[in-house]
Design a protein around this ligand. Structure first.
Ligand SMILES: NC(=O)c1ccc[n+]([C@@H]2O[C@H](COP(=O)([O-])OP(=O)(O)OC[C@H]3O[C@@H](n4cnc5c(N)ncnc54)[C@H](O)[C@@H]3O)[C@@H](O)[C@H]2O)c1
Length: 269
């Protein structure tokens, strides 16, 4: 049985990393996949990979007009939407607050909150009626940074806490028609997660961190020792997005390889 057979699933920020892995998994589970992505290069690659079997739309989640155009394109091609999976995000470079130049504070805050929080809010507003009509689901991406310190700098951490709260309030407002849940990953292999333009770090990607160094740091903290791929997150997202989830709304699943389930006394493994 395919979990998402004939469902139309929109993945925002699905051009690389987590969203792309989840989109591939949803396709394998029978979904008609729509990917909404800002990067022209990634859009080109997505069109090559998926061909005519998926709807690939270039747009910016922070722009209402782009999200409305995405909605129009989905209606024109499929006439319905069963699930919205939000995965876009940008990082703050993990720069400590006191090292952020005062004159960059406004720009950094706006950049991160627009992509990481406003993008999801606009999606919820724009796609609610389609999801209500299908009695569908939303799944939003937060992070372990919303639960414990040192998962990013102050601004990234605050955006991820905000996403956790969005899940709570949206689940309340959209019940009983649309189920809304979140996922909080820890590390993801091959992520392209970008730094902030406001600090001149937008050319910096998480995938630039030497793999061995990242893996050994991850293993020293987590209980399960493999750094998960984006596709490893697929079954969880697909379940929460599917009609098979009749039991959860307003929850965020911490998918962290057991990282937060420890008080550090003995250290590594
Ligand atoms: N990488 C990790 O270790 C990690 C850990 C916890 C949570 N997360 C979260 O997972 C999510 C996915 O991150 P990733 O690591 O796969 O990074 P990624 O950069 O590979 O994927 C994010 C995608 O969102 C796109 N995007 C960025 N801004 C956009 C905008 N304004 N409009 C449309 N698309 C936009 C990017 O171009 C990219 O394709 C993010 O929300 C991130 O915060 C990542």
């Amino acid at each position: 049985m395919q979990m998402l057979k004939d469902d139309v699933v929109l993945v925002t920020g699905g051009g690389s990393g987590l969203g792309l892995g989840v989109a591939r998994y949803c396709k394998a589970e029978g979904a008609e996949v729509v990917i909404f992505e800002i990067s022209a290069d990634k859009v080109r690659q997505l069109k090559e990979e998926f061909g005519p079997d998926a709807l690939i739309i270039q747009g910016d989640v922070t722009k209402l007009a782009d999200q409305l155009a995405c909605r129009d394109a989905i209606l024109a091609r499929y006439g319905r939407l069963n699930a919205l999976i939000g995965t876009q995000g940008i990082f703050d470079g993990n720069v400590p607050l006191q090292q952020i130049p005062l004159e960059r504070m406004d720009a950094l805050f706006d950049e991160l909150f627009h992509v990481n929080v406003k993008g999801y809010m606009l999606s919820a507003r724009v796609f609610f009626d389609l999801l209500e009509a299908s009695q569908g689901a939303m799944v939003l991406t937060t992070s372990t940074a919303a639960y414990a310190a040192d998962g990013g700098g102050l601004v990234y951490t605050a955006t991820k806490g905000a996403v956790r709260s969005l899940v709570n309030q949206l689940a309340f407002e959209f019940a009983p028609h649309v189920r809304v849940n979140g996922v909080a990953p820890a590390g993801i292999a091959n992520s392209q997660l970008k730094g902030p333009g406001a600090l001149g770090l937008d050319a910096q990607k998480q995938s630039d961190i030497p793999k061995d160094a990242f893996l050994s740091m991850f293993r020293s903290l987590s209980l399960l020792q493999e750094l998960p791929s984006a596709e490893d997150h697929g079954p969880l997202y697909a379940f929460l997005a599917s009609r098979h989830n009749k039991i959860m709304t307003g929850q965020t699943v911490v998918a962290d390889q057991g990282m937060l389930n420890r008080a550090v006394l003995k250290g590594g493994h």
